[in-house]
Design a protein around this ligand. Sequence first.
Ligand SMILES: Nc1nc2c(ncn2[C@@H]2O[C@H](COP(=O)(O)OP(=O)(O)OP(=O)(O)O)[C@@H](O)[C@H]2O)c(=O)[nH]1
Ligand SMILES: [Mg+2]
Ligand SMILES: [Zn+2]
Length: 353
Amino acid sequence: MKRNQLGWNEFLNKAFIEYEEQGYTVGRVMLEHKRLYRVETDHGDCLAEVSGKYRFEAVAREDYPAVGDWVVLSERQEEGKATIHALLPRFSKFSRKAAGLTTEEQIVAANVDTVFLVQSLNYDFNPRRLERYLVMAWESGSNPVVVLTKSDLCEDIPGKIAEVEAVAFGVPIHAVSVKAETGLEELASYFAEGKTVALLGSSGAGKSTLTNYLLGEEKQLIQEVRSDDDKGKHTTTYRELYMLPTGGLVLDTPGMRELQLWEADGAIGHSFQDIEELAEQCYFRDCKHANEPKCAVQGAIEEGTLDAGRYQSYVKLQRELAFLERKNDKRAQLAEKEKWKKITAGVRGGKKK
Ligand SMILES: Nc1nc2c(ncn2[C@@H]2O[C@H](COP(=O)(O)OP(=O)(O)OP(=O)(O)O)[C@@H](O)[C@H]2O)c(=O)[nH]1
Ligand SMILES: [Mg+2]
Ligand SMILES: [Zn+2]
């Protein structure tokens, strides 16, 4: 069945059984455009919208389907259309804070097995930015892999890999070039049948170039980067999930200007294990690693075993999360209010369709 090629698994099957008994079908969201979805099902692809009831019950942005999601459908095959009635639980999701002043979760990729954190080996290369991506990747429930692109433009690949190793313990790192066709065969193992890989990174990093290479055809538009600073032009403007001819799926995404953190309970600790281990050796249990005597963190920075930039990055990310948490508490209160407003309005006005 096609489902298996699309990444169907036991976890999803369990969640779907009750719907299946009611005659619904299931599909995976391949593309989203303004709340209109292209969904791939056992019967081919169709355009789908959420039902009125779904819209009525959705409170927040993250309640709506995102690319990679599995959705419960009633299909109208002759028309090539379908209605989405429910969302199956996500086994992983890579989120960020949506751009702008609101605190809203934006799901960048749902149900992905592996995230490729893509950086180019020339100007785009930035271990501090990678730290930020790694925190969200650990939080997502998918496995991070660092993919360093454009190795044909780099003189010192081992040096760059060492810099990445220092911030990404135990994370696989691959240096590749689509132009020179090197290192690419190492990536094949992530694309076993039904496995989904999402490509994330800045604009111009070479995500779409890699996608086209994997697809074996020029599906995604690619544009030259600006020659003065090598910044991309935000060529890709929407997320799209593709099935590879060799099995596996790839999700190309638009380059992110900035990755603002979303909730990340334990992920900072996971990414900055080195610092948290040092902190345990500080003399004072509540050491703030500022001016306290016998501070192991400051000691390591002085000795040069801990990079000061890395420590600053850790502090900055923690502050950002604390700020987000405070705002989210407020948002949760508002959402709860909104929900009750809807429910009481529904009771008064009869059932809304
Ligand atoms: N030299 C070299 N250039 C590459 C390589 N891969 C990609 N490029 C170039 O990098 C530029 C940007 O590539 P894209 O694939 O469009 O980058 P992207 O990450 O998809 O960018 P957005 O869609 O804006 O997020 C293009 O000019 C590519 O030709 C490579 O391996 N070597
Ligand atoms: Mg692109
Ligand atoms: Zn300390």
